[in-house]
Design a protein around this ligand. Structure first.
Ligand code: AMP
Length: 375
C-alpha cells in the first residue's frame, strides 16, 4: 500500500486557499461544547497551514441532521471555539444540512472545491464514510492527510504490522454482532483477547453458563463457541456484578439488589459489569502486555454503580508499561471519566473509523487521498 500524501507534499502554500475537511463532531449540550478534544486535535494541521500563509476554509459534519438545515445542529458553537483557538479560519455550515453530502453527489463536491487550490483531510473519524467531502475533493485538488489523520493511521497500522508483544486487545461494549468482524481481524494479530461488557454474556452462554436476563445474542452463540475453540487465548470474566429483578440502570432508587456473582446468573438477574476478581485478573494481563488496544467498556459505566470494571481496566492501561491505544468512542469517554486519558499513548478520535481500519486495513477516505493529483 503506498503511503499517504502529507502536508509537506503540497509544496509552498503561501497565498493559496486550502479546503480542510475536519471532524469537529463535538458533543454539544444546551448550545455549549462539552468536550472540544476534536477541535484541539486538528490544531497542529491548521496552525501549520496558517503558518505557511495559506487561507483555510474548514468544513465538518455535526451530528445527524436530516439532510436539511436544523438549528440544533448548527456549527455556530464550533465556529466560536475555533476562532478563539485560531483566529481567521473560516468554517462552512454543517455539511449534512445538504443531502448531497451523504449521497456523495458530484455537484456538491464541485461546490466544495470551487475557489480552492488544495485539499487536506484531517477528519479521521469520518474517513470510513464515502461521503462527498471525504472522497470527492481528492478527485480535483492536490490533497494530503493532515497531522491528526496521519498519526491515527500510523498508530493503527503499526498495531497490525509491528506490535510490541504480547499484543492484547480488550473488547467490551454491548454487542458481539457489532464487533464480530473486528474481533476476527484482531484474533489474527493479537496474542490474547480480553472480552468484557455486554458481549461477554454471549461468550459465557457459548461455554454453557446461564446468563439470566443479561444481554445475550442467541444467534451469535455458535460463532462465539467457534472463536473460543480457535488458537488464541480469549480471557472471559469469572465473576460478574449483577442487578436483581426490579433494578433499573441509571436509577438506584428503583430498588433491586446488586450482587457479586460467579458466571451462572439466576433467572431475572442481569450482568451489568465484570466482577472485581475478573477486573484484577484482566489488569494482570494488561500489565504484562507489550501493546494494548482497548475498545468498549467492561460494564454499564454510565451508571456509577457499574463502572468498577471499566475503571479498573482504565487504571491498568494507565499503569502498564505497554504501548496503549484507546479505540475512540465510549472507551475514550471512559478514559476521560476515570481521569487517565493523558496516560494513554494514543486515544483515537474515531471509534467507527478505528474499528473499520483495523478490520479492513484501509479506509475509503485514505484511498481517495492516495489517488489525488499531485502538485
Ligand atoms: P458499544 O457502543 O458497542 O461500544 O457499547 C457501549 C455500551 O455498552 C455502553 O453504553 C455500555 O453501557 C454498554 N454496556 C457495557 N456493558 C454492558 C452490559 N453488561 N450490559 C448491557 N450493556 C452494556
Amino acid at each position: 500500500m503506498s503511503s499517504l500524501p502529507r502536508l509537506e507534499d503540497l509544496g509552498d502554500l503561501a497565498g493559496k486557499s486550502v479546503l480542510l475537511r475536519a471532524d469537529f463532531n463535538v458533543p454539544i449540550i444546551d448550545g455549549r461544547i462539552s468536550d472540544d478534544l476534536r477541535i484541539r486535535a486538528a490544531l497542529p494541521t491548521i496552525r501549520r497551514l496558517v503558518g505557511q500563509g495559506a487561507s483555510v476554509t474548514a468544513c465538518t459534519h455535526l451530528g445527524r441532521p436530516d439532510g436539511r438545515p436544523d438549528p440544533a445542529y448548527s456549527v455556530d458553537p464550533v465556529r466560536d471555539r475555533l476562532s478563539e483557538l485560531v483566529p481567521g479560519v473560516e468554517l462552512l455550515e454543517n455539511l449534512r444540512f445538504d443531502p448531497r453530502e451523504t449521497a456523495n453527489e458530484g455537484s456538491f463536491v464541485e461546490e466544495l472545491v470551487k475557489g480552492h487550490d488544495a485539499f487536506v483531510n484531517d477528519a479521521f473519524g469520518a474517513s470510513h464514510r464515502a461521503h462527498a467531502s471525504i472522497v470527492g475533493p481528492p478527485r480535483f485538488l492536490p490533497s494530503a492527510a493532515g497531522r491528526l489523520l496521519h498519526r491515527e493511521v500510523e498508530v493503527l497500522d503499526g498495531l497490525r504490522a509491528t506490535p510490541r508483544r504480547p499484543f492484547v486487545a480488550v473488547m467490551g461494549g454491548s454487542k458481539v454482532s457489532d464487533k464480530l468482524a473486528v474481533i476476527e481481524a484482531l484474533l489474527e494479530s493479537v496474542d490474547s483477547l480480553i472480552v468484557g461488557g455486554g458481549m461477554c454474556f454471549t461468550f459465557l452462554a457459548a461455554k454453557g453458563y446461564s446468563v439470566g436476563a443479561s444481554l445475550c445474542e442467541d444467534d451469535m452463540v455458535d460463532t462465539c463457541a467457534r472463536l473460543l475453540d480457535g488458537p488464541k487465548t480469549i480471557h472471559l470474566p469469572y465473576d460478574i456484578t449483577a442487578m436483581g429483578p426490579g433494578g433499573k440502570l441509571m436509577d438506584p432508587a428503583a430498588g433491586g439488589d446488586v450482587r457479586q456473582m460467579g458466571t451462572n446468573l439466576p433467572a431475572g438477574w442481569t450482568g451489568v459489569d465484570i466482577g472485581p476478581g475478573s477486573a484484577a485478573a484482566f489488569g494482570d494481563v494488561i500489565h504484562e502486555a507489550g501493546t494494548v488496544l482497548w475498545n468498549g467498556p467492561m460494564g454499564v459505566f454510565e451508571d456509577p454503580r457499574f463502572g468498577g470494571g471499566t475503571g479498573a481496566v482504565a487504571q491498568a492501561m494507565a499503569d502498564t508499561k505497554a504501548f496503549t491505544v484507546v479505540g475512540g468512542g465510549d472507551s475514550a469517554a471512559a478514559a476521560k471519566l476515570f481521569g487517565v486519558e493523558h496516560e494513554m499513548d494514543h486515544v483515537s478520535t474515531g471509534g467507527g473509523a478505528s474499528l473499520a481500519l483495523i478490520e479492513q486495513g484501509d479506509l475509503v477516505g485514505l484511498k481517495a487521498l492516495r489517488g489525488a493529483p499531485s502538485v
